[in-house]
Ligand binder design. Structure first.
Ligand SMILES: NC(=O)c1ccc[n+]([C@@H]2O[C@H](COP(=O)([O-])OP(=O)(O)OC[C@H]3O[C@@H](n4cnc5c(N)ncnc54)[C@H](O)[C@@H]3O)[C@@H](O)[C@H]2O)c1
Length: 317
C-alpha cells in the first residue's frame, strides 16, 4: 500500500483517480477547497462513493494558502497534483486567479514536497500548452512558447517550475498533458456535457466557429490507465522528469460531435452558430508515441462508445 496526496480530488479527474487508487488498496489524503468554479453539490456527488472509505482522509484546504501545509500528513509516497482552475475561456476574464491557483498553488506543493522529503509527483498539464500549433500531431518536442490563453500559460509555467524543482531538489516528476478528457462526472463547463444537458431538455445549443474545429477527446478510463502507468513508472525509476501526452490521437470535429449527440439523444437539431472565441484553439491531436513507449499507453475507447457511456451516465444522474 502506498500513501498518495491527491490535490483536486473532488473534481472530475481527481474523483475518478481517488476511487481507482482506493480500489487498489492505497491510502489517499485528498485535498480540495471545493472551488466555486462549479457547484459544491456536483463535487459532493463526485466523491460520495468513497468519502467514508477507511483509507481516505479529506482535507478541505486551499493550496494557495501556505499556512495550510502544516496539516499535510507525513510519509507520502507520491503527490498527484490535479487541483487547478481549469477553464480556458474564464481564464481570459480572470487571469490573476489562474496564476494564483495554478502557479502559486503548484509552487507551494513543490516547496512542501521538498521540505518533507516527498520525491515523486504526477502533475496534470494540458494539451492547451500547444496553442495553435501548426504541426500535427502535437508532440512533446514541439515549441510550446505560444500560449493563447492565460490557462495555457499557467500550465506551461508549471511544467517549467516542476523542471526547476526536479533539478534543484531531486523531485521526480511526470507532467501529463491531458487532451480534452470526457466521461461520467465530466466538468459542467466542458462542451460535451454542456451540449448534452441542453439537448436533453430541448434547448438550443450555441457553437463557436464553423464546426470544423476539432478536439482529441480522450475517455476518462484511458486517462486513468495513463495515470496508473505513470505512478508505476515513477515508482520504479529514479531521476525522472518527463512530459507525456495522454490523448486518443483521433480528433473529432465539433460538427461531428454535435451530430452524434443529437443522433444518440433522438432529439431534433437546434443549433445557434457564433464566432470563434478568443483562447480556443482550432485543433488538437496528440502524438502518443512517447506514452506508448514509456507507459504502454494504448487508448481503448473510441469516441462513439465513450460518448454513449457518458450519455447513459448523464441520463441516470
Ligand atoms: N478535464 C480536462 O479535459 C483536462 C484537460 C487538460 C488538463 N486538465 C487538468 O486536469 C486537472 C483536473 O481537471 P478536471 O477537469 O478534473 O477539473 P475540476 O475542476 O473538475 O477539478 C479541479 C479540482 O481542483 C480544485 N481546486 C481548484 N482550486 C483549488 C485550490 N486553490 N485549492 C484546492 N483545490 C482547488 C477544485 O475544487 C476541483 O475539485 C486540472 O489541473 C486541469 O487543468 C483537465
Amino acid at each position: 500500500m502506498n500513501h498518495f496526496i491527491i490535490t483536486g480530488f473532488a473534481g472530475f479527474i481527481g474523483s475518478h483517480t481517488t476511487e481507482l487508487l482506493l480500489s487498489k488498496g492505497h491510502k489517499i489524503t485528498g485535498i480540495d477547497n471545493f472551488d466555486p468554479f462549479y457547484s459544491r453539490e456536483i463535487k459532493e456527488k463526485n466523491i460520495s462513493s468513497f468519502v467514508n472509505h477507511k483509507n481516505f482522509s479529506l482535507l478541505e484546504l486551499d493550496i494557495t494558502d501556505k499556512s495550510i501545509y502544516k496539516h499535510f500528513p507525513q510519509g507520502i509516497d507520491c503527490i498527484i497534483h490535479l487541483a487547478a482552475k481549469a477553464g480556458v475561456r474564464p481564464s481570459i476574464e480572470d487571469p490573476r486567479s489562474y496564476v494564483k491557483t495554478n502557479i502559486t498553488g503548484t509552487q507551494n506543493i513543490l516547496e512542501w514536497a521538498s521540505e518533507n522529503n516527498v520525491k515523486k509527483m504526477i502533475f496534470a498539464s494540458s494539451s492547451s500548452v500547444y496553442g495553435n500549433n501548426e504541426k500535427l500531431p502535437f508532440s512533446e518536442d514541439d515549441d510550446v512558447n505560444n500560449p493563447i490563453s492565460p490557462y495555457a500559460f499557467t500550465k506551461r509555467s508549471c511544467e517549467l517550475l516542476n523542471y526547476l524543482w526536479h533539478k534543484l531538489h531531486g523531485i521526480d516528476i511526470i507532467n501529463l498533458r491531458f487532451f480534452t478528457v470526457y466521461g461520467p462526472k465530466q466538468r459542467p463547463d466542458l462542451a460535451i456535457r454542456k451540449f448534452a444537458e441542453l439537448i436533453k431538455v430541448g434547448k438550443p445549443i450555441q457553437i463557436f466557429g464553423d464546426g470544423k474545429s476539432a478536439r482529441d477527446y480522450t475517455y476518462i478510463d484511458d486517462i486513468l490507465q495513463g495515470i496508473l502507468a505513470s505512478i508505476e513508472y515513477i515508482r520504479m525509476n529514479n531521476g525522472v522528469f518527463e512530459i507525456i501526452n495522454l490523448g486518443n490521437s483521433n480528433p473529432v470535429q465539433l460538427q461531428e460531435l454535435i451530430d452524434l449527440i443529437y443522433k444518440l439523444s433522438g432529439k431534433p437539431k437546434n443549433v445557434v452558430q457564433s464566432e470563434m472565441q478568443p483562447g480556443d484553439v482550432d485543433y488538437t491531436c496528440a502524438d502518443i508515441r512517447k506514452a506508448q513507449r514509456l507507459l504502454n499507453f494504448e487508448p481503448k475507447t473510441n469516441f462513439q462508445e465513450g460518448l454513449g457511456k457518458f450519455l447513459q451516465w448523464l441520463d441516470k444522474n
